[in-house]
Design a protein around this ligand. Structure first.
Ligand code: ACO
Length: 326
């Protein structure tokens, strides 16, 4: 059987660090509150003149270098993002241009913090259908430009970054074994960006009402996130006749430490099975899983044959899991 196998990973994290103590200088908050409620100590912020496509391309180049292939052999680029350079065209097209590729397919997937897992599942379907051989799957976000820096309930959570993988069609037992995607649009208002789109087109009144910024009802998000993240991870295990003990590495979307710990507990995972780096990068939405995956891969935390579960939840609501045999 043809499987989509990850042959390279990469990531790019902007240089500028914004600590909780930096936030204290312009926001009614403090390090102790943020660390206790979220586990986040600092996040990265893209430089002026640095855009989502730049972060995405840097992560992609690293993944290509690890795979030992050039960009010209990529048939498809999918970017999971909700903070693209422009509402359109797709950031994937800008990445294609920056990589100097002509031809092939390029598009974005909009599934908020589930963007990378949705993109990975889509890429896997293309590969298993036999229509492409090599795919760049990227999660990239510059959330710092859509969070409301006057809203202490939400802005403390988010950061910028990008992660990427190169998938290759290979025969054998290793690769993406199964993907499990879900959505429930009845929750859309709990986490969204109000403007500017067809419902609220650009206007100065909309700017005064802070429409272009992220809105979130944190408490409600928390409850549904823990339930959905744990249910879909268990669904992936059950579909493959595996148990939580079989997971070598569990990489959840890095929302915040309390969500991750509650999810791991509900699934029945030990601390050593779970990758958490939210303390250093905050919530980078669609980028968090590929950044964490690259970090684990480069640190030698994943060996050939390991079972790795990627688990995501985000605005929409959308959620999903991917079970990989490395
Ligand atoms: N600093 C200090 N105090 C604050 C801050 C802050 N940054 N933010 C809120 N508070 C205050 C509130 O005003 C409130 O004060 P009050 O009691 O006087 O009204 C108090 O702290 C408690 O507020 P809650 O909202 O009840 O705090 P909670 O314990 O729920 O923590 C948090 C808030 C961290 C946002 C939590 O709800 C959460 O983690 N939710 C999940 C949200 C999330 O992860 N979203 C990411 C996108 S979705 C995803 O990625 C899965």
């Amino acid at each position: 059987m043809i499987r989509a196998r990850i042959i390279g990973t990469g990531s790019y994290i902007p240089e500028r660090v914004l600590t909780n103590f930096d936030l204290e200088k312009f926001l009614d908050t403090n390090d102790e509150w943020i660390v206790t409620r979220t586990g986040i100590r600092e996040r990265r912020i893209a430089a002026d003149g640095e855009f989502t496509s730049d972060l995405a391309t840097k992560a992609a180049r690293q993944a290509l270098a690890m795979a030992g292939i050039g960009p010209e052999s990529i048939d498809l680029i999918i970017v999971g993002t909700i903070t693209g350079d422009f509402p359109w065209p797709a950031t994937a097209c800008l990445v294609q241009q920056q990589l100097g590729i002509k031809g092939g397919i390029a598009f974005d997937v909009s599934a908020a913090c589930s963007g990378f897992v949705y993109a990975l599942a889509t890429a896997t379907s293309f590969i298993e259908a036999g229509s492409v051989k090599r795919v760049l799957v990227i999660g990239a976000e510059v959330l710092s430009r859509v969070v409301d820096w006057e809203d202490r309930n939400s802005c403390i959570l988010f950061g910028d970054g990008a992660g990427a993988v190169v998938l290759e069609a290979q025969s054998g037992e290793n690769g993406v074994i199964s993907t499990h995607l879900h959505a429930d649009g009845s929750y859309w208002e709990l986490l969204y960006q109000k403007g500017f789109g067809s419902r609220h087109p650009a206007s100065s009144k909309g700017l005064d009402e802070r429409m272009p910024f992220l809105k979130m009802q944190g408490n409600e998000v928390f409850k549904v996130a823990v339930r959905s993240l744990s249910d879909v991870a268990l669904e992936a295990l059950e579909a493959n006749n595996l148990t939580p003990r079989d997971i070598n590495l569990f990489i959840p979307h890095q929302a915040n430490r309390r969500i991750l710990e509650a999810t791991a507990k509900r699934i029945g995972l030990d601390d050593e099975q779970v990758l958490i780096n939210v303390d250093r990068f905050g919530n980078t939405s669609g980028a968090s899983i590929p950044i964490a995956l690259d970090e684990a891969n480069r640190a030698g935390r994943i060996k050939a044959g390991d079972v790795v579960v990627l688990d995501a939840f985000g605005g929409g609501f959308t959620w999903g899991a991917a079970l990989l045999r490395w």
